[in-house]
Design a protein around this ligand. Structure first.
Ligand code: HEC
Length: 96
């Protein structure tokens, strides 16, 4: 019984780790970090910092850039690349 619980706990912690890693990986691999900085801490005033922002709000901004309801030429080009990973990226950034 104890062994079963340990295996279950390991599976759960591995599961949450992989979700966070994929949000971080997508954020870095898509080049978001090039403007918004490592972990969402931007060093450049014209690129807003995203670290610690509300996950729901970040998710909504990415969606708004995708559907054009929020207009910015750079982000309207970048946001579609995050398709399917909006939540993972938002969760990663809000946890920073
Ligand atoms: C070439 C630079 C650049 C890249 C790459 C980039 N962004 Fe942005 N991002 C911007 C700029 C500039 C703004 C501010 C747009 C505005 O003023 O409306 C912005 C705004 C945002 C916002 C809203 C922040 C706020 O304070 O309103 C989010 C969320 C965001 N970007 C997410 C992302 C994600 C996710 C990626 C990767 C898929 C990404 N960005 C890639 C330049 C960039």
């Amino acid at each position: 019984m104890k062994k079963v619980l340990l295996v279950a706990a390991a599976a759960i912690s591995m599961g949450s780790f992989s979700v966070q890693a994929s949000g971080e990986a997508m954020y870095n691999n898509l080049g978001c970090s090039g403007c918004h900085g490592a972990g969402g801490n931007s060093m450049v005033p014209s690129y807003p910092s995203l670290a610690g922002k509300d996950a729901g709000w970040i998710f909504d901004q990415i969606k708004a850039f995708q559907d054009g309801s929020r207009v910015d030429p750079t982000m309207n080009a970048m946001a579609p690349m995050a398709a399917g990973h909006e939540q993972a990226i938002a969760d990663f950034l809000s946890g920073k």
